[in-house]
Design a protein around this ligand. Structure first.
Ligand code: BTN
Length: 331
């Protein structure tokens, strides 16, 4: 499912959560009939927009809903990243922002291309899981990047992405985030965000990376009930509203800077920073191998120079685990 309706996007720019705007006024602004306004509002509602329509007063967004906006994100990018972002696609509804970039990469370069959506009915998590996010109140973003040859430390990329994101979020005075290797952003052991990295290309040639990022900003209770692990969201932890455009810009700036520097800098600068975000070292974990589903227990001792997790397994010594091969669960 995909919806790129320019009228809906313009309508969103004229709706807000503070006052009602009448269908007639919206029609005048957009040069369309009141009936057409109604039709487009219904289509936005179908993609999950929480909007009140009251006869005689018009339309108003639910409290605290501020739509994602390309210009607002661009304005907030840091100076060093502005030129690194080639295109920002903001949609109301897309099956999956990462799938969208992967499809696009079949016909054009997705280097520096960003896809953000308000609603993602087929959002993908790691290992084929579904990523659940209440529409219009969370951050769902993917960033495409193309390397002319494979960066030597590509196995450490997900840790570098996670640290960059946590630093960016901390810079907005949102504290408490840590990283559970290899791809979870957590607060007090509760999942707050997830990273999905997909890499494709010939082993000796060009390599295309899609970094998908889902951050719980404000989850609705009903959606939260379907999540099968402890979770939280940034607004609950912070106790106040989070500006999603500011959050997107901070994350995007940090990601682009990191992705740009990664081939030359490698994983080492990120390995050094790992201790600032790591929530697993010293913990007893259960490790499940994807290939055969076998589980073992061990104590996490750190990361190696490639970003693999080091776990001390009784009777086996230190094992080094690659992110694509295992799931790790704190005991
Ligand atoms: C995980 O924790 O399993 C990773 C979740 C990644 C979710 C994001 S949301 C934006 C992007 N598009 C997707 O379909 N998935 C990622």
């Amino acid at each position: 499912m995909r919806n790129r309706c320019a009228t809906c996007e313009r309508l969103l720019q004229h709706l807000n959560d503070r006052r009602f705007v009448t269908g007639t006024d919206l029609g005048k602004e957009l040069k369309i009939s009141r009936a057409a306004v109604h039709k487009h509002i219904e289509s936005l509602k179908a993609s999950g927009l929480p909007v009140d329509g009251i006869s005689g007063r018009g339309y108003r967004l639910a409290r605290g809903v501020v739509p994602m906006d390309e210009a607002a994100i661009r304005d907030r990018l840091d100076e060093r990243s502005t030129d690194l972002v080639s295109k920002i696609i903001v949609e109301c509804i897309v099956d999956s922002t990462s799938s969208r970039l992967l499809q696009l990469s079949a016909s054009e370069s997705i280097h520096g291309v960003v896809c953000i959506t308000e609603s993602q009915p087929a959002g993908r998590g790691r290992r084929g899981r579904h990523w659940i996010a209440t529409p219009f109140t969370n951050l769902l973003m993917s960033v495409g990047w193309v390397y002319e040859s494979w960066p030597r430390d590509i196995t450490g990329l997900s840790v570098a992405v996670g640290i960059s994101l946590i630093e960016a979020i901390r810079s907005l005075d949102i504290d408490g985030l840590g990283m559970k290797w290899p791809n979870d952003l957590v607060i007090d052991g509760k999942k707050t965000g997830g990273i999905l990295i997909e890499v494709s290309g010939e082993s000796t040639g060009r390599c295309t990376v899609v970094v998908g990022l889902g951050i719980n900003v404000r989850m609705g209770g009903d959606d939260g009930r379907s999540i099968d692990q402890p979770w939280t969201d940034l607004e609950t932890v912070r106790g106040q509203a989070v500006n999603r455009n500011e959050l997107a810009a901070a994350c995007l700036s940090a990601l682009c800077r990191m992705l740009q520097a990664f081939p030359e800098a490698g994983f080492e600068p990120w390995r050094i920073k790992w201790a600032d975000v790591d929530v697993l070292t010293g913990e007893t974990v259960s490790i499940t191998t994807h290939q055969n589903g076998v589980s073992t227990e061990g104590v996490v001792t750190g990361l190696d120079t490639t970003g693999a997790l080091l776990v001390d397994v009784k009777g086996q010594g230190i094992r080094s685990l690659l992110s694509g091969e295992v799931s790790v669960r704190a005991r």
